[in-house]
Design a protein around this ligand. Structure first.
Ligand SMILES: CC(C)(COP(=O)(O)OP(=O)(O)OC[C@H]1O[C@@H](n2cnc3c(N)ncnc32)[C@H](O)[C@@H]1OP(=O)(O)O)[C@@H](O)C(=O)NCCC(=O)NCCS
Length: 123
């Protein structure tokens, strides 16, 4: 019995978020809108500013907001999405309650749509 309780204690609670967007929304380079969504650091680090990539990053931010919602209400600009050398995306967040190390994201896109998932481990 004690063993089962200890195993349960070790289990993490997960919260998930998902978002889907039309790539077309990101074809026109609307500077004011982009400044609202992306940080300077993000724009500088992007390997390309193509609409699919931008839509994927936007989706990832929205997915993180949804996944973190039970703990904290985050804003788009408090989440930054970057890519590792191998292309894998990761999130950096300004949050009191959610640590970036407990967050995982995944992005996919086609010609017309981008989609992203986020998972946060709580506790
Ligand atoms: C990384 C990989 C999974 C991306 O899949 P894809 O179908 O080409 O592209 P998707 O639209 O689904 O996903 C693209 C996004 O995946 C993410 N991504 C890229 N590399 C990644 C990696 N190593 N790990 C996790 N996510 C990755 C990025 O966010 C990327 O978006 P971006 O290009 O705008 O930055 C794929 O290129 C790959 O390496 N597959 C392994 C199998 C393989 O080698 N297949 C080819 C021969 S059959």
């Amino acid at each position: 019995m004690i063993k089962i309780l200890k195993m349960r204690e070790k289990q993490m609670n997960l919260s998930v978020g998902v978002d889907i967007e039309q790539v077309a929304r990101f074809r026109k380079k609307n500077k004011r809108l982009f400044q609202k969504i992306f940080s300077k650091k993000e724009l500088k680090s992007m390997k390309s500013c193509n609409a699919q990539h931008l839509a994927g990053i936007f989706c990832a931010k929205e997915a993180v907001i949804k996944a973190c919602n039970p703990m904290e209400k985050l804003q788009l600009r408090s989440i930054e999405i970057f890519s590792r050398k191998d292309g894998q995306p990761y999130a950096v967040i300004k949050s009191r309650l959610v640590k970036a190390r407990n967050l995982r994201i995944s992005i996919s896109h086609s010609k017309d749509y981008a989609v992203a998932f986020a998972i946060v481990a709580i506790g």
